[in-house]
Design a protein around this ligand. Structure first.
Ligand SMILES: Cc1ncc(COP(=O)(O)O)c(C=O)c1O
Length: 484
């Protein structure tokens, strides 16, 4: 089990005793720890420091800590087992999150719904149809072959490898496996590398389908909390050392959902922790080519020791999710092993779509020179609309990617997801991005829709928030009394 020391917890809690009126110290302390759990900054199933140790670190009496832990236990935010101390937990009713599946295009009454649960832009229409025409012209050359390409079409592997090389990561076509998207790529890696029960280190929050894929592989996600403005390098290093994960999965480039971009120093520090422990690392670069400020970052694989980096990428966000084409870049020997696994799953990606993506990657810079300014404008529209509609929310402006990670200031995410459906909007609640219900104060909002639609959505979100703000949903009776 993971653990957190008294001093580290005291640091995370920060100024817990300020500005809290006359409420007793143990309630304020319990409230501060509960907020860390709800925000995902204190992962679930982490052993809390002993009472004496925390009392010393916070310079309070041991009775205060004992009473705070008791309160956390009775409200479901901590649990104790004989002999293993007190660990962080969540009340059972916090885990269920969304009113409807994000994959359903209709509201509860069957009406159309505005989908803000997915973060994927529309296709670049003209470039896409031109690429399909070019691909159709090339198709006759493919027809005499059997059409199965376990590794991917050679011309597509070549353009993907060339793009990595141009970004500073020398790559041969033999190091590329074409997949049906990045999600498929990650699932293939999990199938090959992990056994049931293995630990997989993840950023926390992270991309929800990655968490689901880890669980489907019967592996165990090990969440490492992200800070407001970057990676918590101490926590990252400690998690790698303490849990010896079989695999790490990181999204250092315009991270989904926080939008964070790992700095050179952060990349170096994470790589050195992973390198020391010889941890195979999946770097998910799905969003890397969407900088809205500055340049495309250097591939994180350039910082990792050779043989440890498995980079996955996709055409879904730069081009279109409907293409279902992605890739894995790794050492050639690993690519061959992954291809062998793939044979038992789906054998090959469709030839025509691979030809299309090869065409599109050749003109990707032109496509992005239109796409990025448009995304920049949409980001500003959504930020401005939210500033007006929900002025108390805290929302960072991400340097790239597709989403805003909004802090509503109160743990209302699940209620907001349900309320927004009544206003015709489907949202992705914060808990979708964490393990077991953390991030209840957060919502992820994509700026992938046209500006006028985003204005409309922002206004509806403001109305939904007022509606639930006016009548806060009943929490458990005790919680309301204690944490109001
Ligand atoms: C970080 C990340 N990885 C992977 C994916 C899935 O990509 P694909 O459509 O290529 O499967 C997404 C889609 O949102 C994503 O944000």
């Amino acid at each position: 089990m993971r653990s957190i020391g008294g001093r580290q917890l005291a640091r995370s809690i920060g100024h817990w005793s300020e500005g809290q009126g006359t409420r007793p110290a143990y309630i304020r302390l319990a409230d501060a720890i509960r907020t860390l759990i709800l925000d995902g900054r204190l992962p679930l199933e982490t052993r809390l420091p002993g009472e004496r140790e925390l009392a010393g670190a916070l310079e309070v009496s041991r009775t205060t800590v004992t009473a705070a832990y008791d309160l956390l236990r009775t409200t479901g935010y901590a649990a104790s087992r004989q002999g293993s101390g007190t660990r962080s937990a969540l009340p059972a009713n916090r885990s269920g999150t969304s009113a409807g599946s994000p994959w359903t295009p209709f509201g509860p009454d069957g009406s159309d719904i505005l989908d803000l649960a997915h973060a994927a832009p529309e296709a670049p229409g003209h470039a896409l149809t031109t690429a399909y025409q070019a691909a159709l012209e090339q198709l006759p050359r493919q027809l005499p072959t059997c059409g199965y390409n376990l590794f991917g079409l050679p011309e597509l592997r070549a353009v993907i490898a060339a793009r990595f090389t141009a970004r500073g990561l020398a790559t041969e076509p033999e190091q590329i496996l074409v997949t049906s998207g990045a999600q498929h790529a990650f699932s293939l890696v999990l199938s090959l590398i992990t056994d049931p029960g293995d630990r997989v280190l993840i950023d926390h929050p992270t991309y929800p389908n990655a968490i689901d894929a880890i669980r489907r592989a019967m592996a165990r996600p090990v969440p490492v909390p992200l800070l407001e403005d970057g990676w918590d390098l101490d926590a990252f290093e400690a998690a790698v050392r303490q849990t010896a994960p079989r695999l790490a999965y990181i999204v250092p480039d315009f991270h989904n959902p926080t939008g964070l971009l790992a700095s050179d120093d952060e990349r170096r520090a994470m790589a050195s922790a992973l390198g020391r422990n010889r941890t195979l690392t999946v770097v998910d670069e799905t969003l890397a080519e969407l900088p809205l400020e500055g340049q495309v970052p250097s591939p994180a694989a350039t910082y990792l020791p050779r043989g440890l980096a498995i980079t996955i990428g996709s055409a879904s966000k730069t081009l279109w999710g409907g293409l279902r084409v992605g890739w894995i870049r790794a050492e050639e020997s690993l690519i061959r092993r992954l291809a062998a696994v793939r044979a038992s799953i789906d054998i090959s990606s469709p030839v025509i779509d691979q030809l299309v993506v090869a065409e599109l990657i050749r003109v990707l810079d032109d496509v992005l020179s239109e796409r990025l300014p448009e995304l920049r404008e949409r980001r500003e529209v959504l930020l401005a609309t939210l500033a007006e509609a929900v002025p108390d929310w805290r929302v960072r402006r991400p340097a790239g990617g597709l989403v805003l990670w909004c802090d509503m200031g109160r743990p209302l995410s699940s209620s907001m997801v349900m309320a927004a459906e009544r206003y015709g909007i489907r949202l992705a609640g914060g808990p979708r991005f964490g393990v077991e219900g953390a991030f209840e104060r957060r919502l992820r909002l994509p700026y992938t829709l046209p500006s006028d639609v985003l204005r409309q959505a922002g206004t509806a979100i403001g109305q939904a928030f007022s509606a639930i703000g006016a009548a806060p949903p009943p929490a458990t009776g005790q919680l309301q009394a204690v944490f109001a």
